[in-house]
Design a protein around this ligand. Sequence first.
Ligand code: DGY
Length: 313
Amino acid sequence: MQAAPRFLQLGPVNDRFDARLAQSHGGVPLWRQPDPAAWLRAHGAAVEVLVTSSRHGCDQALLDALPGLRAICSFGVGYDAIDVDAARRRGIVISNTPDVLNDCVADLALGLILDCARRMSASDRFVRAGGWLSGSFPLGRQVSGKRLGIVGLGRIGRAVAHRALGFAMAVQYHNARPAPEAAFRYEPSLLELARWADFLVLTCPGGPRTHHLVSAEVLDALGPEGILINIARGSVVDEAALVRALEEGRLGGAGLDVYADEPNVPDALRTRDDVVLLPHIGSGTLETRLAMENLVFDNLAAFLGRGRLLTPV
Ligand code: DGY
């Protein structure tokens, strides 16, 4: 009989998840070891399955420390923090948790659109600070009927687009190439999409291909009335250019759930009233996080039972 694969968990997900992995698969929590590097030197060769997350990823150095690794199961849909090419060269299979988070992430995108345009967070601060007692809150902008540009019409992008139809918005999208069977107009130029859009929503993957895709030029195309929404990855936006565009009044506002160097959010953003700043909570609901957790465990079971992952990347 084949020996049970050894499981290693790189970083914490949540208490329930961490306990479940330890109980069901004897998963070793690397971050709880007194000396993780020493643990890897002593036991790394025995590890066959790595459990990680979008946040913790898996770099080349960790892959080198795990010469017997066969599978990486990741909690989260994004896998830009995993060295996928290096893993593939060694025949290591990788799973993520797609689809189960589409609705919650798309809901949050709409929330950010509404908040930026109607200035809900800013007006909440206004009421709390007693501002209403001495004046009215400045007018916001209408959302219904406006133009929505989506950068990355994948699963989440489509969920955002369908929600926008409920607000009678016109939707266009930009991808590297047209998305199959998309019901929305494809715009091959990101600059043109930004020029056209009132709201530019980023739902593309992170990683080298999309690094700083939203440049100073794209922000200028979106313009002083335009609003940028980023629920993708901080790396997609040139954050310094974003700050400059806001400071110089060349961009209307921004709703951000992700940043270049999480959890560090530049002071230049934190002090502004025309941005809505969320702490990377796109998938952060009880329901969705449980569905993501279950999908990780279903992938583990499928790999153990059939040697195949359910949702390979
Ligand atoms: C994801 O699943 O990739 C989300 O961004 C959470 O990290």
